[in-house]
Design a protein around this ligand. Structure first.
Ligand code: TXA
Ligand code: MG
Length: 310
């Protein structure tokens, strides 16, 4: 059952309570409805992918209440300061190098060393962020492959029964996703065109920005080279060869185990942390079989990329 929350104090409190307990709440923003979860809770973030039926782990945007909060998660720069001052709160997302001690789930960033940050302007979104008091991961609140939701009814049409609640704040005023600018490149780069015109960004910066190749999104999660361990990766291993370390799942124990009980949500939440930890051991990595249903599809997608020849 998906609760429908009204845009009042009780609704906002309920949304914050659900987020604190690892739940999924669709919230309105000025761009589109976001499917929100606690960005520091790996299992909660894993449930976002499960609810959307996403076949791969693309990094998600982290929503915060203001630029001071954003600085805790992304490494700040002069360009970040200019753009944040000009356009936050608003339909702009900045990709910054990940700050030390950020505390975010590695699933939010899909194991990358950068993070996408946004300060939404809509009052309802601001109130939820302040009531919750932490960073919120929120992709658009639609099933994978479907168009973004700009009303609570759109959210329910796609996700009813798959998420804990939707906060009904009426139609989203912008109706287009945020513009994404990468500031982790040598020059500022447009990663996704969106609700904030590029011309406005160039005017604020006093320079033109590069446009990333590809008409729509550079989704780093879709590149084979995106997160590749240094080590060779061997899939569907029932045991380790003498020189290998083993990433286990379920009864195949391993040096580290994605989920001893065979829970795919837990496995997704652990995936990038465990791959990084095993990679640091500088040995080839054998990986136990992971069932190819539900979140297992996205896990296997990522494991196949890690194992791809390069
Ligand atoms: O308007 C919006 O931005 C909406 C509302 C809900 O705020 N949110 C949204 O989130 O569209 P999401 O998670 O669907 O956007 C994810 C996109 C990815 O496809 C990727 O292109 C980009 O953000 N992204 C996230 N992290 C990135 C990173 N570290 N480097 C490059 N791109 C990143
Ligand atoms: Mg989307």
């Amino acid at each position: 059952m998906t609760e429908i929350l009204r845009p009042d104090m009780a609704g906002i409190d309920r949304a914050a309570t659900l987020l604190r307990s690892g739940g999924l709440v669709a919230i309105p923003t000025e761009t589109v409805y976001g499917l929100a979860a606690d960005a520091c809770n790996g299992a909660a973030v894993a449930r976002i992918y499960a609810a959307k039926g996403r076949p791969s782990f693309n990094p998600l945007i982290v929503h915060v209440a203001d630029a001071d909060d954003a600085r805790r998660y992304g490494v700040w720069s002069d360009l970040a300061e200019i753009l944040a001052t000009a356009f936050w709160p608003g339909p702009l997302t900045l990709v910054l190098p990940l700050a030390p001690d950020h505390g975010l789930s590695s699933l939010v960033t899909a194991g990358l060393d950068s993070v996408a940050l946004r300060v939404p302007a809509l009052d309802m979104a601001q109130q939820v962020l302040r009531a919750f008091g932490g960073p919120v991961a929120a992709p658009s609140a639609n099933p994978s492959g479907r168009i973004s939701a700009t009303t609570a009814q759109h959210v329910l049409d796609g996700l009813s029964g798959r998420i804990d609640a939707v906060l009904d704040g009426g139609p989203c005023p912008v109706g287009l996703e945020s513009t994404i600018i990468g500031l982790n490149h040598p020059r500022p780069t447009l990663l996704r065109a969106g609700g904030l015109p590029v011309e406005a960004i160039e005017a604020a910066l006093g320079e033109t920005i590069d446009v990333a190749n590809g008409a729509e999104i550079i989704a780093p999660g879709q590149l084979a080279s995106h997160y590749a361990p240094n080590a060779r990766v061997r899939l569907n291993a029932l045991s380790a060869e003498p020189d290998e370390v083993l990433l286990g799942f379920g009864p195949i124990e391993g040096d580290l185990n994605l989920s001893p009980s065979g829970d795919l949500i837990e496995a997704a939440a652990q995936l990038f942390d465990h791959l990084h930890a095993l990679d640091a051991m500088n040995k080839p990595i054998a990986v136990a079989p992971v069932p190819d249903h539900g979140l297992g599809r996205a896990i296997n997608d990522r494991l196949r990329r890690a194992a791809a020849p390069r």
